[in-house]
Design a protein around this ligand. Structure first.
Ligand SMILES: O=P(O)(O)OC[C@H]1O[C@H](OP(=O)(O)OP(=O)(O)O)[C@H](O)[C@@H]1O
Ligand SMILES: O=c1cc[nH]c(=O)[nH]1
Ligand SMILES: [Mg+2]
Length: 219
């Protein structure tokens, strides 16, 4: 897997990430969602450099401008709920993309430490020969990414796969590296060292879905 950890090069992205992490600033849910969206825009811009380009002539009112435009057919898929603001950020840039949504949540069957990933809702166009961008802001154990990719398989084989995430735990990054093919790209804003026994990223930022959209009752 090609891992692009954008925090390795300090940039304005660090400002957005630190606001997501900051326990006071993150309480402003509108700013929290907007920061995830802004990070989606930055990650989308970086990802765009790896797309395939072709020469195109654009007619201006005064002449012809020759340029290179990407030719990939993009399907943007995000994992509900926390994926929604990241999806919006990516879609701001890849505005011609087709869209897919999939739900994945942790179901704690026996105790808070053990869970399985339940995939329920899935709406997806054909993926055959297309460029799939699979987005989820948190890559903790990596199980949601792997389970959703598995659930997308009946929709066709994408030619290229890009995973987009905001904060990952090293363990989850290692898990997706082993589970996806070696030509998959991971675009991630930062990677933390630790995962606690409840599967939360440490230091991380807390629960991204709750911070973006409010607490939910456990079912
Ligand atoms: O890498 P994993 O260990 O699978 O964990 C990551 C998942 O956990 C979070 O979702 P959550 O279950 O909290 O659902 P939510 O988006 O509805 O809050 C997050 O948005 C990812 O989907
Ligand atoms: O740290 C984590 C792990 C999973 N999901 C989150 O929202 N945060
Ligand atoms: Mg959550």
């Amino acid at each position: 897997m090609h891992i692009h950890n954008l925090s390795k090069t300090p940039s304005i992205l660090n400002t957005f990430i630190s606001e997501l992490r900051d326990k006071v600033i993150q309480k402003d849910s509108m700013r929290f969602r907007r920061n995830i969206e802004r990070i989606g825009e930055v990650l989308g811009y970086e990802l765009s450099k790896s797309l395939h380009f072709e020469n195109r002539n654009i007619e201006t009112p005064l002449g012809i401008s020759s340029t290179q435009l990407y030719k990939n057919e993009i399907v943007l898929c995000s994992i509900l709920r926390a994926g929604v603001p990241l999806h919006n950020g990516l879609l701001n840039y890849f505005d011609a993309a087709e869209n897919a949504f999939i739900s994945a949540y942790r179901h704690h069957k026996h105790n808070p430490e053990s869970f399985e990933i339940v995939v329920e809702y899935l709406a997806c166009p054909s993926l055959e020969g297309k460029t799939l961008i699979l987005a989820d802001p948190m890559l903790a154990t990596g199980q949601s990414m792997v389970a959703t990719f598995e659930a997308l398989k009946p929709f066709g084989t994408a030619k290229e796969v890009h995973l987009v995430s905001v904060i990952g735990a090293q363990k989850g990054v290692d898990f997706v590296s082993q589970s996806f093919s070696s030509d998959t790209h991971l675009w991630i804003a930062d990677i933390d060292d630790t995962l606690n026994d409840k599967g939360y990223i440490i230091p991380g930022l807390g629960d991204a879905g709750d911070l973006a959209f409010g607490n939910k009752l456990q079912q």
